[in-house]
Unconditional design. Structure first.
Length: 525
């Protein structure tokens, strides 16, 4: 292959892989914007419509690892193409849905397609990008999440306003078809060295375990960690997940060619990168969730202003990721990752110091840009180091693990951050209420307590039985307590990021890593 042709293949192949990853990431954020409209048009309550998002996430988390392993056995491009076909068909079904349950079923199918695309995209990236440029390519790949975060609310809002909620899904169809044809033309297939054995029970046990645990993590806060429906509760889903995880471990131990070899995790270098990836996803999802709540609930920003206030973070990730990729190519992923994790934790500390009860959007331009740059320095490096620490025959499985831990870590991050914020908020409000009630006239105490409770529950309106002065006092207590909870949650996230840095620091190159690195060039047809 000539240099010119290789360069062209690199550019087009990288664009295709990144565009597909962007599309599957966008389908999370863009649908969030459409939920209120779906609730009205489909005549369904929000607790049903929210499954349009959760069904996609759950099936994605459950099938990413199996999809990656099947890609290792049958060929990564083949599964990537199958994923694009499924995603395209499912997008059409979603757009034509007139019933909420049909839409949820179509989103499940779309999640299967996304799992196939995401689990194989990282491996395909390594086949179209020269080894010396993979850090830069992974930086671009990682920035797609940030781009989807920015584009989702904006593009989704415009599409819904101009064309209707159905077109949030219809818009995928021409794009997916174009990417499908481009994949077949420009991305080479990978030769399968030998016939592999399908460990069907292992795949089933693993998928059920991941689905059950992911359901408990994602849906736990929604059901207050209690009953889901009838006799089913969150503890039962979690217990089912653990049981099937044990069954999976026992079964895999005695298989000639297991679905996921347990020796896979004896490679501490790979395991450390997966732990770091999980903690980073935890931090990223939790941070965005907390900031959105803080800007809207505590500082009183509109959704549009809140979104624009977060934009410096997203833009910094988008701009810095390719630059960080070049540093990875030059200095090595582990060094950049370590520096990024430490600086990321420090930047979260700066955010704690600057966020207050009277802050505004100008306060956060520089600190959020700093958070974005430091986070960008971790994304591409952690994915690259994880992939190059395994041998080519297991890269699809590794890619699936990266995708699964990203979703699971992010969902857990939102759940834990919400718990910390609410716990601190409720506790602080209760203490301050007891102290303040003694200074309030007896006939105003109940109204004051009711109004403060409604603020905490985020359903407050002007309370006619309460004076304007006391309403302002209640609002101040709420905002101060909210900010205290925010600081506690952010410090907890920063501590987890530092733990991630310690884990990465403990990892050293081993013989396994060296062999995997030496074999990192995938043969192509």
């Amino acid at each position: 292959m000539s240099t010119q042709k290789r360069s062209s293949s690199f550019n087009v192949g990288l664009f295709i892989v990144c565009a597909c990853f962007f599309m599957t990431s966008l389908d999370i954020t863009i649908v969030n914007v459409a939920l209120p409209v779906m609730t009205a048009n489909l005549h369904a309550p929000l607790n049903q419509v929210i499954w349009v998002v959760n069904a996609y996430l759950l099936i994605f988390a459950a099938l990413a690892i199996p999809a990656g392993r099947v890609g290792d056995i049958l060929g990564q491009r083949r599964i990537f193409v199958v994923g694009l076909v499924i995603f395209t068909v499912a997008s059409a079904l979603c757009g034509f849905s007139q019933d909420v349950f049909v839409l949820i079923g179509s989103r499940l199918l779309q999640g299967i397609g996304s799992a196939c695309i995401s689990a194989t995209s990282l491996v395909l990236l390594t086949s179209v990008v020269p080894a010396e440029k993979r850090g830069q390519a992974l930086g671009i790949y990682g920035s797609m999440v940030a781009l989807a975060g920015i584009a989702g609310p904006v593009v989704g809002g415009w599409i819904i306003f101009a064309l209707g909620w159905n077109w949030v899904f219809f818009v995928n169809i021409p794009i997916s078809l174009l990417l499908l044809v481009s994949t077949l033309v420009f991305i080479p297939g990978v030769k399968i060295a030998r016939q592999h054995h399908f460990d069907v029970p292992g795949i089933v046990f693993g998928a059920i375990a991941i689905f059950s645990i992911a359901f408990a993590i994602i849906e736990g806060p929604t059901y207050n960690w209690g009953t889901v429906i009838g006799p089913l509760n969150i503890a039962m889903f979690l217990g089912t997940g653990v049981i099937f995880l044990v069954l999976f471990s026992v079964w895999e131990r005695f298989q000639r060619e297991p679905f996921l070899p347990l020796s896979f995790f004896k490679n501490w270098y790979f395991a450390s990168m997966i732990i770091a990836n999980t903690l980073l996803s935890f931090a990223a999802f939790a941070l965005l969730f907390l900031l959105t709540l803080y800007f809207e609930a505590a500082l009183g920003m509109s959704p549009l202003v809140a979104g624009l206030s977060i934009a410096p973070y997203m833009l910094a990730v988008l701009i810095a990721s390719p630059i960080v990729g070049r540093l990875v190519d030059k200095f090595g992923g582990r060094s950049v990752l370590l520096a990024g994790l430490i600086c990321y934790a420090l930047s979260l500390g700066i955010l704690v110091r600057l966020s207050g009860t009277d802050s505004n959007w100008l306060t956060f331009i520089v600190p959020l840009a700093l958070v974005g740059v430091t986070f960008a320095s971790t994304v591409s490096s952690v994915m690259g180091e994880a992939l190059r620490s395994v041998s080519p025959p297991m890269m699809g499985t590794a890619s699936g693990i990266i995708s699964t831990t990203r979703v699971a870590g992010g969902s857990l991050g939102i759940a834990v951050a919400t718990g910390i914020l609410q716990g601190q908020l409720f506790g602080s409000v209760k203490i301050q209420t007891v102290n303040v009630l003694q200074q309030i006239a007896p006939d105003q105490r109940q109204a004051f307590s009711d109004y403060l409770t409604s603020l905490v529950q985020n359903n407050a309106s002007s309370h006619t039985a309460l004076s304007a002065q006391l309403q302002h006092l209640a609002q101040q207590i709420y905002i101060e307590s909210f900010v205290g909870g925010l600081h506690m949650a952010l410090l907890f996230i920063a501590a987890l990021v530092l733990i991630g840095a310690l884990v990465v620091f403990s990892a050293r190159y081993s013989v396994v890593v060296k062999k995997a690195t030496q074999a990192s060039s995938l043969p192509t047809k």
